[in-house]
Structure formats: C-alpha cells, structure tokens
Design a protein around this ligand. Structure first.
Ligand SMILES: C[S@@+](CC[C@H](N)C(=O)[O-])C[C@H]1O[C@@H](n2cnc3c(N)ncnc32)[C@H](O)[C@@H]1O
Length: 201
C-alpha cells in the first residue's frame, strides 16, 4: 500500500535518514557481508536507505524496488555518482519480485512489510530470491504503533491480518528465514537479521 501525505513527510525527512544511519551501522555489526555482494532493497522510498547501504556494505550490485513510481522518481533524483552506477531501480510489488530464485546475497526492508496486505506472501518471496545463507535485514513496525487511536487517524495502512512480534517470528520460521539477532520493543517494532536456512520449506 502506498504512503499517504503524512507518512511521506515522516520518511522523507533528515531525522529519518539519521535513524536509518544508526540502524544500518547496527545491522552491519550484527552481520557483515562480503564486499561485492548482490543486494536488493524492497520498499526503498526515495533512496535514502540505498545510499547508506551502498556506503556501509559496498555491494557490486544494488537493486532497489518500490510499489510507488513517485518514490522511484524521487530516488532517481536523490541518488547520484557511484551509488547510481551500480544500481538498478524497479517499480514493483514485494509479492512478485523480478528476480530468479537464489539470486541475492542480501535483502533489506525498512518499514515496508507492514504496508503489504499479503505480508506472508512477501516473506515467501524474500526467502525465494535469497541464496542459501543469504541475509534479510529488517526494520518493521507492529500495529500498536501504527494503528493506535491516534496513528490510525493520521497514517494509512492495511487494517486486516496485521503481524505482531509473535506472528512475524512464526512466519519467518515458516519461510525458512532464521532470526539470528534482533533488537525488539515487542509492542512497537523490530530491527533484526534473519538468514535463509538450508532446510526445505
Ligand atoms: C514507510 S515507507 C519506508 C520507506 C523507506 N524504506 C524508509 O525507511 O524511509 C514504506 C515504503 O514501502 C513501499 N511499499 C509499500 N507496499 C509495497 C509493496 N507491496 N511492495 C514494494 N514496496 C512497497 C511504499 O511505497 C513506501 O515507499
């Protein structure tokens, strides 16, 4: 689901960039990648996260995808130079990613999964496109943060079948994504690292 004006303002904001800077530093410490990895960021917004991922993780290919063409147009303006040189941009949906199976070393998702009505399907897609041992770096929010009496009047999100901490953990596991490290405020959200395990789903 695309963002409304209020959330657009929240994410296209220097405070949000600073928050992502801190989060990406933490994620890098939790699970570094080899230089030259192939990375996809889903729900990339205007590209602020992609610029930080590029600096921190030094991928050889950085793909970014968003449902909203306006976000991708924003990313074309926001990103430049060496970041843009290794980058491919897609308008697309997380439930049907334009990649072959076992194609990616890592996938980043900052605050996008809770916008997806069929978030279980998106998790299966994430598992499909990651190589065995590939890493899913995530930042996600829970409904008590984005659907409480105040935020549900201001923000726009799918209303049904929303995931809590327990639901997310169960579905990560079902998709073959093993959560190996996380920092979590159980009512609010999670910053975590999951690895695609070898076992058959
Ligand atoms: C809360 S914003 C986060 C933007 C950016 N990642 C950040 O952290 O600042 C969520 C983004 O996910 C995108 N999005 C929502 N549903 C999506 C879907 N099904 N597939 C891909 N992107 C989606 C939205 O258009 C939006 O840009």
């Amino acid at each position: 689901m695309k963002l409304n004006w209020a959330e657009r303002w929240v994410v296209n904001n220097p405070i949000r960039v600073f928050q992502q800077y801190i989060e990406i530093k933490w994620l890098l410490q939790m699970m570094p990648l080899k230089t030259g990895a192939i990375i996809l960021e889903v729900g990339c917004g205007r590209g602020a996260g992609a610029r930080l991922i590029h600096k921190a993780f030094k991928p050889s290919q950085l793909h970014i995808l968003d449902l909203d063409i306006k976000m991708i147009q924003g990313a074309k303006t926001y990103l430049s130079g060496s970041t843009k040189d290794i980058m491919t941009m897609y308008v697309g949906d997380s439930i049907d990613l334009p990649f072959k199976s076992d194609a990616l070393d890592a996938l980043f998702g900052f605050g996008f999964l809770h916008h997806v009505p069929n978030w279980r399907c998106a998790l299966s897609e994430i598992a499909r496109v990651l190589k065995s041992g590939g890493v899913y770096y995530m930042e996600e929010l829970y409904p008590s943060l984005y659907q409480n009496v105040i935020t549900k009047r201001i923000l726009l999100h799918p209303e049904h079948d929303r995931f809590t901490s327990k639901d997310l953990r169960t579905e990560l596991d079902a998709a073959g994504l093993r959560l190996i490290n996380s920092f979590e405020l159980k009512k609010m959200g999670i910053l975590g690292v999951a690895v695609k395990s070898d076992r058959i789903r």
